[in-house]
Design a protein around this ligand. Structure first.
Ligand code: 5FX
Length: 535
């Protein structure tokens, strides 16, 4: 992409409506971040009385956010960046991200209110009465066990639900949330004209009309046929009557869903005709932000929990764990995602217990011990684990014969932890079709070369690093650029082609063939031991 003839640079704006705030990232046509700013819900909008952006009900399960707070945040962010001198007139396209699974309930009349937004008044003033449900359930909500059980029973069990929708029935998935609201408050359901996701709601605010849900975020609802990339009639039927009309259409993530409403042109100085590309979920946007662009590209984010997601052509839905989403940047591919609870916090606990609280000592132990740990293994469930799902907690050690032992020497304990984390990710990843040919490591622990070496050897794939974090707003900015190119060229431009000018990631570690072989030999034994502990 080139600078245009007038010397003005095309800029692309990515927004991220996350649980805790609204962030904006502006990039230029050379992929450089030109500006970033953010609004915090708790700090900047205290009148909504949220903690961490949410309200928790006393039942301990229900977690919601007021959608009017998200509306107010949009004006606040735009006012801030305008007064900060952002060249909004040079924004060529906008795209965005939202926390996944949350739903926004718009009542009859909302569409009109969106269409006639008046720049002389605030968004908040004009949309106060737009909602049929004032508190939107968000991804942290866990009050839908009954609906999940019913969905799985009605559709043939967890595996059948996963085969159809990409995931078994999950508490936070939107379809189960919708079923609960319909059961608890049928009148609110009846008043509702449109049920949006957080992402499609944010896009609706920008275009002044109902924006369609994109197929990637739509995969987090237990309502979409993940292979056909359209609503599943069977899944809708078990949720609530007349739901298809309330959900509206569903579109691939690279599609333009409208142009910025005149409200933003007049009030903030955006250029008229600025296209808005379909908003998607934060995880799909992170895939774009890390520029995963071909089958086999996988990211491992080493954070509080470890998340692995990748670009996959042939996913294997599991009725036990993991998620298959439509890929946000390739309408013929999928995004597969797994999360392990015992990530950095587990590494820190073992660092404290076995390496005297020192990362240097921890890394030294990894450096000086052999791949495969002489056959010794450990299973570390400090917290109940998501992958594999288990409520059993504790740490178990095994000797080379598979016999339980009480302790390991400190250096072997450190290696046992790190090996167990990535052998487990490999095992469960393979189970749902995640087979990395290249790995991008991000998050705090990706600065540790010894950990990267274990990852590379376990998977038998090179590990890349970059300064980039799994940033959803940056991914949204890339997707704005991608969607804009698709629109301009009137064809689907492969994401790799759109991203070809971006700076390459650094190739940090190459796999060692002998070490990889050692891990291949460990897989079967590890799987059995892990299963015996997880139950
Ligand atoms: C993914 O399935 C999740 O529930 C979370 O990562 C939310 O998207 C966080 F916003």
């Amino acid at each position: 992409m080139k600078k245009d003839g007038s010397g003005k640079t095309d800029l692309f704006l990515g927004l991220d409506l996350s649980t805790q705030g609204l962030k904006g990232t502006l990039i230029d046509a050379d992929f450089r971040v030109a500006a970033e700013d953010a609004v915090s819900f708790d700090g900047d909008l205290p009148e909504f009385k949220t903690e961490g952006g949410v309200h928790r009900r006393p039942d301990g399960l229900t977690v919601t956010s007021p959608p009017l707070m998200w509306v107010a945040a949009l004006d606040l962010l735009f006012a801030r960046v305008k007064s900060g001198g952002w060249p909004l007139a040079s924004v060529a396209a906008v795209c965005g991200s939202g926390q996944q699974h949350g739903s926004v309930w718009l009542k009859r009349g909302a569409r009109k209110a969106l269409a006639k937004l008046d720049p002389a008044r605030s968004l908040r003033e004009q949309l106060t009465d737009a909602f049929s449900v004032a508190d939107s359930p968000v991804w942290m909500d866990a009050g839908t066990q009954k609906q999940c059980d019913e969905r799985e029973a009605a559709l043939g069990g967890p595996q059948a639900v996963a085969d159809l929708t990409g995931s078994r029935a999950y508490l936070r998935f939107t379809g189960n949330q919708i079923a609960r609201i319909y059961a608890d408050d049928p009148a609110a359901y009846e008043r509702t004209d449109r049920i949006a996701l957080v992402s499609s709601f944010a896009a609706s605010l920008l275009i002044g009309d109902y924006a369609p849900i994109d197929t990637s975020d739509g995969s987090g609802m237990n309502l979409m046929d993940v292979r056909k990339r359209d609503w599943s009639r069977a899944a809708l039927e078990y949720t609530a009557p007349g739901l298809a009309a309330k959900l509206g259409p569903i579109v691939p993530g690279h599609e333009t869903v409208g142009t910025l409403h005149a409200y933003y042109v007049r009030k903030y100085g955006f250029s008229p005709q600025c296209p808005v590309v379909a908003f998607s979920g934060d995880n799909p946007n992170s895939l774009a932000g890390l520029r995963l662009q071909r089958a086999g590209d996988v990211a491992i984010s080493l954070g509080t929990s470890d998340t692995m997601f990748g670009y996959v052509l042939r996913p294997k839905p599991s009725g036990v764990e993991g998620h298959i989403f439509a890929n946000p940047v390739d309408p013929s591919a999928y995004m597969v995602m797994l999360c392990r609870m015992n990530g950095s916090l587990a590494r820190e606990r073992v660092r404290d217990a076995a390496a005297a609280g020192s990362w240097n000592t921890f890394s030294g132990f990894l450096h000086n011990t052999p791949a495969g740990n002489g056959g010794r293994m450990g299973i570390f469930f400090f917290e109940p684990e998501i992958t594999p799902p288990t409520r059993n907690t504790g740490v178990s050690f095994f000797d080379a014969d598979g016999k339980r032992i009480d302790t390991l020497p400190p250096e072997a304990e450190v290696r046992a932890l790190v090996e167990s984390q990535f052998i487990s990710l490999r095992l469960h990843g393979e189970g749902i079709g995640l087979m990395p040919s290249a790995i991008l490591a991000t998050g705090g622990a990706s600065a540790n070369r010894e950990i990267l070496r274990v990852i590379s050897d376990v998977f038998g794939a090179p590990v890349y690093t970059g300064e980039q974090t799994a940033s959803a707003s940056l991914g949204a900015a890339y997707r704005a650029m991608h969607g804009w190119m698709c629109k301009r060229e009137g064809r689907f431009v492969p994401f790799a082609e759109a991203m070809s000018g971006a700076p390459p990631f650094a190739r940090a570690v190459e796999p060692d063939a002998a070490a990889h072989e050692a891990y291949n030999r460990m897989l079967g034994r590890f799987a059995k031991l892990e299963e015996s502990v997880a139950g």
